[in-house]
Ligand binder design. Structure first.
Ligand SMILES: O=C(CO)[C@@H](O)[C@H](O)COP(=O)(O)O
Ligand SMILES: [Fe+2]
Length: 215
């Protein structure tokens, strides 16, 4: 069964605790936490103090997506602040193995992310070391953008790669996910769907979870 990860970027931060309670009750599986530094992406979002507060009010798995330059400088802090999963962009570091090992040294699940313009084959040297791969299905930096169809082939490629090499990393997708694009991704092998605007635009959060899970 596919896992659903609402992206808190689209929630009402003024009532974060209530939002997180509603997300849990909706049957979602993970909390997706987007960190933007205004350098790697042209936007600034939330950081360590919000993550620490979030950790205090939920036992849900927190999936931290680091959209920051030089992630090695911040990985320890984001692990210690309460993340359960941490992903770093392949494009943001010259030393992806070091960054992945740094996340794992905290006993957290480690993921690598690629932008829509980065070929998925670039990941072939790191796939044996990661717990999950995050395929960006929009250019990172903002919620509410349209899904880029050409990213679907990357999911297919990853699914074949893991089967052919006996690997068990999960495939997560992020950006422009709704019930239709989500189904396309799941059909290609995606295991985790991140949904921001589609999820939080519903009055009843049970509905997007049901639809994304194809129920
Ligand atoms: O990482 C990002 C954006 O950079 C995402 O996690 C977005 O927050 C997803 O939002 P929607 O595209 O689902 O509205
Ligand atoms: Fe994200």
């Amino acid at each position: 069964m596919v896992k659903i990860a609402p992206s808190l970027l689209a929630c009402d931060f003024a009532i974060l605790k209530e939002e997180v309670t509603s997300v849990r009750e909706s049957g979602a599986d993970l909390l997706h936490f987007d960190v933007m530094d205004g350098q790697f992406v042209p936007n600034i979002s939330v950081g360590l103090p919000i993550l620490e507060s979030l950790r205090k009010v939920t036992d849900m798995t927190i999936d931290t997506h680091l959209m920051i330059e030089n992630p090695e400088q911040m990985i320890d802090l984001f692990c210690e602040a309460g993340s359960d999963m941490v992903s770093v962009h392949y494009e943001a570091t010259n030393h992806i193995h070091r960054a992945i090992q740094q996340i794992k040294s905290h006993d957290k699940l480690a993921g690598v992310v690629i932008n829509p313009g980065t070929p998925v084959e670039s990941l072939s040297q790191i796939l044996q070391d990661v717990d999950f791969v995050l395929i960006m299905t929009v250019n990172p930096g903002f919620g509410g953008q349209g899904f880029i169809d050409s990213t679907l082939d990357k999911i297919t490629w990853l699914d074949h790669f893991r089967k052919n090499n006996n690997l068990s990393f999960e495939i997560e997708v992020d950006g422009g996910i709704n019930d239709q694009t989500g189904k396309l991704c799941v059909d290609q092998g995606a295991d985790i769907l991140v949904a921001g605007s589609y999820y939080f635009n519903h009055d009843d959060y049970n509905e997007p979870v049901r639809k994304l899970k194809g129920e």
